[in-house]
Design a protein around this ligand. Structure first.
Ligand SMILES: *Cc1c(COP(=O)(O)O)cnc(C)c1O
Length: 193
């Protein structure tokens, strides 16, 4: 459940209803919410947005999984010699626009190898956001192929983080294991502040 821009009170309500996995896309907001909900049993924070390398170390402290490993500098910044391994998904860009975030499919294996060589990171699989100008199902089919390429390097990294409020059915049809749903459950987000 993606809770970005919503108040901590919503996270508390969701937790009371049994939700344990919540997602955020901005470090400062996520860090503050994690701190303000530290009393909630079993709540796990998933980071789904662009992570700045210089914030990566701080994010390690509260995050259960990072869904947006998209470049070597972030991977390197998340390395750790001690403590629990952090779960990570390599984010892939399914568009031709480099500004959209995620590693280009051609560079996927190089980044995956880097994650696998980084102490303190455990690769879970791939993540992507569907392009705006393409049938989501077609894009998610490509993601499934990319997931197979990753599994050739690490058979355990078989998870697929894909699907938002408007396209989760297509994502499920193409093998998504982790959906990132916000507005379909929470209603519209308050303004981005
Ligand atoms: C906001 C966000 C979501 C949730 O989007 P909804 O359309 O509200 O379901 C999912 N993934 C990422 C990366 C997001 O930033």
């Amino acid at each position: 459940m993606v809770t970005k821009f919503h108040p901590v009170s919503l996270v508390r309500e969701l937790h009371a209803l049994g939700v344990r996995d919540v997602g955020e896309n901005r470090h400062q907001e996520a860090q503050a919410k994690a701190r303000d909900t530290a009393d909630l049993d079993g709540l796990r924070w998933h980071f789904v947005g662009q992570l700045q390398s210089k914030k990566a170390r701080q994010a390690r402290a509260y995050v259960h999984a990072v869904h947006s490993l998209d470049r070597a500098s972030v991977v390197d910044a998340l390395s750790a010699e001690t403590g629990d391994a952090l779960r990570g998904f390599v984010q892939v860009n399914l568009t031709d626009d480099p500004a959209r975030g995620g590693v280009a499919p051609d560079d996927l294996e190089v980044l995956v190898e880097r994650v696998l060589a980084t102490p303190g990171l455990r690769l879970r699989g791939v993540m992507a956001v569907a392009p705006l100008d393409e049938e989501p199902r077609r894009a998610f089919a490509r993601l499934r192929d990319l997931s197979e390429r990753v599994r050739r390097l690490d058979p355990a990294a078989d998870r697929i983080s894909a699907g938002m409020s408007h396209d989760f059915a297509d994502a499920i049809a193409e093998g998504a294991t982790h959906l990132r749903i916000g507005t379909a459950i929470t209603g519209n987000r308050p303004d981005a502040g």
